[in-house]
Each structure stands twice: as C-alpha cells, then as structure tokens.
Design a protein around this ligand. Sequence first.
Ligand SMILES: N[C@@H](CCC(=O)N[C@@H](CS)C(=O)NCC(=O)O)C(=O)O
Length: 252
Amino acid sequence: MKIRLYGLPGSHPTMAVQAMLERKGLGFRRVDLVPFLARAIVRRAMRLPQNTVPVLAVDGRRVQGSREIARELDRLRPEPPLFPTTPDQRLKVEEAERWGEEELQHPIRQISLWAMRANRVPIRSYMGRSVMGVPAAVAARLAPPFIDRGVRVNEATDEAVRKNLAALDSMLDGVEEWIDAGVLDGEELNAADFQIGASVRLLLTFQDLRPLIEDRPASRLARRVVPDYRGDAPPVFPPAWLEPLRSPLTAG
Ligand SMILES: N[C@@H](CCC(=O)N[C@@H](CS)C(=O)NCC(=O)O)C(=O)O
C-alpha cells in the first residue's frame, strides 16, 4: 500500500493526520505543498471538492479532510481504533472531534497566519527540508506573498486574532472538561485527541503563548499527541492581546 499525505508547512490538521498515521504504524510519505498554490493544486489537479489540505492518497485514491481521513484510517487499519466501539462513547468522541475541527482549528489558523505575517523570520522553522521540491531556505524566502494571501482569505485580522486570544482560555477549559470526563486523553488516543491535540500543539510553538498555557492539561495532551512539532516562533503578539491569558479571571 502506497500512502502519501499532502499538507502545508505548519498545518495543524495535517499534523493531526500525520500523528494518526504514525499511531497506526502505517508507512507514508508527507508532501508539503506551497501555501496558497495548494488551493489550485488540490481543487484543479487533484479534482477534490474542497481546496484544503490534508489530503491522503492511498494507492492513488484520495481522501480529503482530517475527519474523513480519520475514518478512512480506521477502515484501512482497524487497530488501534481511532473511535470507541460503544455507541455512546463514540458519539462523545465525535462531538469533541467536530468541535476541534469546526470551532478550534480556524481561530488557531488565524493566530498562526497573523504571527507569520508579523514576523517572517521563523517561517523557515516550520518547513521540512523542501516544499514541493524547492529547498526550504528558498521556499521560506518566497513564502511571504503566499502568507499574505492566506491572511486575507482566512480573515486573520488584528481584531479576529485579538478576539481569538481572548477566547483561548475558555476554549482550553472546554478541552479540559472533556479530559476530566474521560472523552479525551484516555488510555488510547482517539480521533478527537489527535484533532484537538495537534491544534493546541501548534500554539505551543509560539514563544509568547507557550509559558501561558504549557502547564495546562490541554497542553500536556497536545504534547502527548505530537511530542515534536516542527517550528518555533519568537514573541510576536502585542502584550495587551495576551492579557486575558495572564489573568483569565479578571478578563472580559
Ligand atoms: N477543516 C479542514 C480543512 C483544513 C484547512 O483549512 N487547511 C488549511 C491549512 S491548515 C488549508 O488547506 N489552507 C489552504 C491554503 O492556505 O492555501 C480539515 O480539517 O481538513
């Protein structure tokens, strides 16, 4: 079986799928596309309905979207399972996974894109050796206009990012309620752990966010899901935007 994972440098849903593939012990090759060009490649060349990554190709057959791919991986290799077998428990994991994809993933995408536009230097650190055959050092130099477009398309405005950072504490509280309830961070990692953990793990690559969240159970889960996440960004967010994370009880 030949498996390829198409992604983007730094992409958290791509990392969620990568971690699931590794957990399943499935051999694969990761191919990172050029940001923004990926849209045309995925939509036109691959003829997929959405213009986003991750895309998994299994012997040439393509599956798009982190949630769809999780189900495909369970079909391809049932053990260890990504979803619980009891219907009641499965529903809970599916709800957490849905929230991770629909509610958590995008604010974190906006935060990351905003940070990459504010300081281009760390872009290189999020890349592997090459991006679509272009050496990473060159790809990093070419990246800024693509990042700018990503910022526009994803509406990663100052206002949105400030709002997302203010909401982060309560989002992580929600993750921790699921951990307490045994839906997340159980003995066996499930699809929701990967979906949510990879997103929180991306936040931990930002030096100014890291000390504010790293001791939280949600961050411990994130490191369990993805022990090593490529990328490291120096402080970039205006201190006032981080205030709600420093003193969550007085924020608002
Ligand atoms: N929510 C979907 C979509 C993920 C998504 O939006 N991926 C971003 C990268 S994190 C993307 O492909 N963006 C296209 C681009 O920036 O050109 C999933 O989990 O698969």
